[in-house]
Design a binder for this molecule. Structure first.
Ligand code: GSH
Length: 232
């Protein structure tokens, strides 16, 4: 896709959700172990859960499950009984669940201050606006493209509402590359730690422990991922 169109449609996806998933909200207790989410970027229900994770300032291990993906879809079928996404695993409580609304409810109760944000609670409109966001992106991140499996999961500093981060998450999703998603939304207290590591506050920022590469710039990151993992 042409770069200007790519960024514009990604911005429109953020606007469709009124910028929700850009700022962190009030956080509650912090999990000791990292949560796991099976999802794919074009799925409107998965977006709601990722938004909640940004607002609650939580890291999450992402296993992308694009359509046609040979790896993690099966895993969900084996764990929960069906290949439906998103699927959340919380090793801190032993909870595993389908249903995005149950997940956002659970996350705000467990790691927030109780009730979930109104942007995730509007009857019809929440889902409709998330579908609109996916439509602006022509369901980017939905279809698997054959890729090498990395030995170690990658790392991505990101936040849900960033148009540039979305472009990278879509590519990670299409290539079915597992990654630790470090959410550093606006006003996240963890931003300083990120700046100490990377030198400045800018996302997306990719960390690849398989090659030792670390980099900013969504276009460069996508090119890097294609070059290192895409199988032609
Ligand atoms: N009510 C469920 C709906 C989930 C759902 O329909 N997910 C779709 C993706 S958007 C799915 O898993 N489709 C099967 C597939 O992708 O193979 C929720 O909110 O989590």
């Amino acid at each position: 896709m042409n770069r200007i169109l790519d960024v514009t449609t990604s911005l429109l996806a953020t606007v469709a959700r009124l910028g929700f998933g850009e700022h962190v909200g009030e956080a509650g207790p912090r999990p000791v172990k990292t949560l796991t989410l099976y999802e794919y970027e074009g799925c409107p229900y998965c977006r709601k859960v990722r938004e909640a994770l940004t607002v609650l300032d939580l890291d999450v291990m992402i296993y992308p499950c694009p359509k046609g993906g040979p790896r993690y879809r099966k895993e969900v079928g084996e764990r929960g009984g069906k290949e439906q996404f998103p699927y959340l695993v919380d090793p801190n409580t032993g909870e595993e669940m389908y249903e995005s609304d149950d997940m956002t409810d659970y996350l705000f109760r467990q790691y927030g201050t109780g009730s979930r944000s109104w942007m995730l609670s509007l009857p019809i409109l929440t889902d409709l606006s998330s579908f609109a966001a996916s439509a602006f992106r022509l369901a980017g991140g939905t279809r698997y493209r054959a890729a090498k499996r990395p030995e170690k999961p990658l790392g991505l500093y990101s936040y849900e509402g960033s148009p540039f981060c979305r472009i990278v998450r879509e590519r990670l999703s299409e290539l079915e590359l597992p990654y630790l998603l470090h959410n550093v939304g606006i006003h996240s207290p963890r931003r300083q730690e990120f700046i100490d590591r990377s030198g400045r506050m800018m996302v997306p920022y990719l960390v690849d422990p398989n090659t030792g590469e670390e980099m900013f710039e969504s276009a460069d990151i996508c090119a890097y991922l294609d070059e290192n993992y895409l199988l032609l």
